[in-house]
Write a protein that binds this ligand. Structure first.
Ligand code: CA
Length: 530
């Protein structure tokens, strides 16, 4: 199998000499400790862990109820679209006052990492596992024939939290499989209200201005529809059948999708707040993934007037409405909210695309592909501040489960790549427990971030400006990996190499130790290989 062979081939004698389970990290540069062979090691922060636990225990004593958990995931929003410490907002034509307020009143994370594309990030945060482990290494597209249900043998956070007594809901974009056995309500969510695919996949067959060769050719259109995922707004309940709430019939109608989804989530929050159960809501926006069409309410509402920017303004406003609903339901003190984007901006669709100050974009291993805004907000529990320490979105899996008091339910028979970062988020001036961020693009380990350093073993090279997905190549590096110091070179332009850095060999050894985990826990191939 190509994936396994490539990973094993990447191991050198150095990695093979490493003990299978070391209590300390693999090199002197590493501060992490591995407590379980099949779990990513973490940096011990004993005082902060104690302080965070004391806060959680005190709140539980007071409320008698586990905290609600809300994830607000925007699609393809760029690091630089958001105001506050990410540097976007009004001066690039789309103010984000509601997200900015969350950033001011919560923990603004400026070194948050996603996977390079949609399906990989969504599967990773739902399972706490790297896409190369689950096989969900790239977006599932129309016409894909999966060899097996990618959810077979995987456990979603929704299942874990359901088993722990939570009511679990997903509203919005799913994109992690739409056949029976793969849908949100098949893998642990109590309820699902949303769309299976990304915006462009849904509107492509309706948008004759952009896709006349498809929309105006009846034969091609029929063929496309026969292989295409459902484009309808659907509803499903655990143990039940899915229902079509509304077929998608025009781009103008679909432009209202996010408002409908937010209205549904807001009603759900009101109802669930009155129930005796804690809830988990993953609200996944359709916007701002290309192609963006402005809703009636938000058309021209951004200073720039471009559809992408109107979409940013809309998403920001809807985040504000959801926040208002949480406040009005009287549950803000007992609700952990995390706001993020599932990957960097898709530069190929410019100007219907976001902004990143970094090199590259969606689908690349450069910072522009994987560095996204992150905000952890919890009134009275998370002290307002900023941190540039490392947070991988997979950590949301472990962190949310810890907050829910359900650590014991995390599977122990597979490798878990997420880390419980509750002490980072909750302790005053908490520090990250993550030492390494591994950046895979499909089946290739491209790069790794550690402290302020980032090492590339392969690089994504666009052949034309803004063509990171459709006209880029992966290239092997030459004599030495490319090592950047992101503090002095955040755009990854000038490798410091062995001349300017003592850690080249250590960084390579860290990545090799990571690759070695695949020997005992082989990657899965569900049919999304190249
Ligand atoms: Ca995405």
């Amino acid at each position: 199998m190509r994936i396994a062979q490539a990973i094993i081939a990447g191991l050198t004698g150095l990695a093979l000499l490493l003990p299978a389970l070391s209590m300390a990290g693999p090199t002197p540069l590493s501060r992490k400790v591995q407590t379980r062979e099949n779990m990513e090691g973490s940096i011990p922060r004993p005082d902060q862990e104690k302080a965070a636990q004391a806060k959680l225990d005190a709140l539980y004593q007071k409320t008698g109820k586990r905290p609600n958990i809300i994830w607000l995931v925007v699609d393809d929003m760029g690091f630089g679209d958001v105001g506050g410490p990410w540097g976007g907002g009004a001066h690039i034509g789309a103010a984000t006052p509601n997200i900015d307020q969350f950033a001011r009143e919560g923990l603004a994370l400026t070194s948050t990492y996603s996977q390079p594309t949609c399906t990989p990030t969504r599967s990773a945060i739902l399972t706490g596992r790297l896409p190369v482990r689950t096989g969900l290494t790239r977006p599932i597209l129309a016409g894909d024939k999966l060899k097996m249900n990618p959810w077979a043998g995987e456990t979603s956070i929704a299942k874990i939290l359901s088993d722990a007594g939570y009511y679990t809901v997903l509203s919005g974009k799913w994109h992690v499989g739409e056949l029976e056995g793969m849908r949100p309500f098949d893998v642990g969510f109590d309820e699902y209200y949303g769309y299976y695919a990304a915006q462009k996949e849904i509107t492509q067959s309706l948008d004759e201005r952009k896709y006349p060769d498809l929309v105006l050719d009846p034969e091609k259109l029929a063929a496309y529809k026969s292989m295409h995922a459902s484009s309808a707004l659907e509803y499903g309940k655990k143990g039940g059948q899915e229902q079509i709430i509304e077929p998608t019939t025009s781009v103008e109608q679909f432009a209202e999708a996010d408002i409908k989804l937010a209205d549904w989530s807001i009603n759900k929050i009101k109802t669930l707040a009155k129930s005796g159960k804690p809830f988990f809501l993953s609200h996944d926006f359709m916007k701002v993934h290309a192609d963006n069409f402005p809703s009636k309410e938000f058309k021209g509402k951004s200073a720039s007037k471009y559809p992408y920017k109107d979409a940013v303004v809309e998403v920001d406003a809807l985040i504000g409405r959801i926040h208002q609903a949480v406040k009005e339901a009287g549950i803000e003190d007992n609700t952990f909210i995390f706001i993020t984007s599932d990957n960097g901006p898709q530069m190929d669709s410019w100007p219907d695309t976001g902004f990143t100050p970094f090199r590259g974009g969606k689908a690349s291993a450069w910072e522009g592909g994987v560095r996204v805004p992150g905000i952890a907000y919890w009134k009275g529990m998370i002290q307002p501040h900023e941190s540039a320490e490392l947070f991988d979105l997979m950590d949301l899996f472990n962190t949310s489960i810890h907050i829910a008091g359900a650590d014991a339910r995390i599977p122990t028979d597979r490798f878990i790549d997420g880390i419980d970062q509750s002490s980072f988020l909750l302790a005053d001036n908490g520090n990250s427990r993550r030492e390494n961020v591994y950046i895979w693009v499909e089946q290739d380990l491209m790069a790794m971030r550690m402290r302020e350093y980032k090492i590339h073993f392969q690089v994504t090279v666009p052949e034309q400006q803004w063509m990171d997905i459709d006209m880029s190549t992966k290239q092997k590096v030459g004599l030495a990996p490319w090592l950047f110091n992101l503090y002095i070179d955040p755009r990854e332009q000038t490798p410091v190499g062995h001349r300017g850095n003592a850690w080249l060999a250590s960084m390579a050894a860290e990545a090799k130790a990571h690759a070695a985990t695949f020997k005992k826990y082989p990657p899965k191939d569900v049919g999304l290989g190249q």
